[in-house]
Design a protein around this ligand. Sequence first.
Ligand SMILES: Cc1ncc(COP(=O)(O)O)c(C=O)c1O
Length: 466
Amino acid sequence: MAYHEGVRLAEPPATGTAETTDDLLERQRLRESSARSYPRRLPIALVEGRGTTVRDHQGREYLDCLAGAGALALGHRHPVVVQALREVLDEGTPLSTLDLPTPVRDRFVEQLFAVLPEPLRDGRLLFCGPTGADAVEAAVKLARTATGRSGLIAFGGAYHGMTQGTLALTGRKAVKEPLGALLPDVHHLPFPTAFRSPFGVDDGDGAAMAGRLVEWALTDDLSGIATPAAVIAEPVQGEGGVQPMPAAFAATLRRATSAAGTVLIADEVQTGLGRTGELWASEAIGLDPDVLVLSKAVGGGLPLAVIVHRGELDGWQPGAHAGTFRGQTLALAAGAATIREVVRGGMAQRAREAGRRLTEGLVAVAAGDPRVGHVRGRGLMVGAELVDPGVVDADGVPVPDGWLAGKVQAEMLRRGVIVEVGGTHDAVVRFLPPLVITDDEIDRVVDAFGGALRAVHAESGEEAER
Ligand SMILES: Cc1ncc(COP(=O)(O)O)c(C=O)c1O
């Protein structure tokens, strides 16, 4: 122990020696809040990460199909990211400059503007606090300021963050209900989900119906919703269970919001920068947003968040969205390097091909197992919804089986693959690997999924016999 003015400072423990994974998890359990989440379902402690692979304390390796919830487009410690970080440290650029310009910041901005969807290339960028949620907050404030209206339309199944404002926009009720009143004047409309349509119809019809509802809400003088400041949507809902937005619905959103003078915000925090097989998922479906919200991948795995918006919205006051860490130097360097590498390396195209291979593999598993109700996604944002084939809902669709998804997640971890769950009842097994995942690694992921399903089946059979 070292001592400093009477305060006892703990010596940092030497990694890889004294502790086991269980020690670290236990220390975390004792010290950190019960709000901690991932270690409950994924009880591992990581000491190393390279590419798609992470290694735990015991030397066990895992294929990381969670990848910082999609933040690690290039995987762990990609050489171009490490190099960019080293250069910044060697150059001596200040690490924190509020929003004072630096050459590193300038390079990031130039790099991002060079690859943005065309209509936003002459727009404006705002650095936000370094989380996706803060960027969504900024987008909402911008839309409210620009329109002088307060209302917001979001969608069932949406995920926009965990602040009180963004929670108001989010779909999952369990995280909202303990809090009471959140941001007022938020209205949720149904998202045209595949497989489990809120309208109880086929996917195509669902997109048309959801679009009609948006048009009705924005144009019917009896809809009960005052013309909103903004409509916010994810081009592929992630936490909502991997639900790609149909292009027809995107077209309706664009048309209806333009007609109503309502700002259209695309939340590409998770989908942005190649993840869905296109550089920008909103561009690929013709969403053409007024505001694009970006975080995760654009920071190269370090905390960074921005909004990019049409220039004409830029009428707010200096300091209208301030914060200490708006564009932190290391994240800017990592982000610029990542954007360059994703574009230069054709990583969006690679995500499309890899996503196809992954989806085909999962579909093949589903063909032999009725507990896999639906496989869907875009690029390397893929989900497999697990169901109880013996119980159907009023529309004849098998009910979601969150218990099974949790079991499969745990069994896949035992087989060395990290996945996440999401969607209704957390019944969707989510695959969000780095874009650098190889074909061989994809095949291992698919094998682990099939093997986990068989193992859970065998285990429940044994339990039933007992
Ligand atoms: C679409 C979307 N928006 C916003 C957020 C919130 O980002 P953060 O967790 O950095 O606040 C997330 C996080 O997963 C997200 O997926």
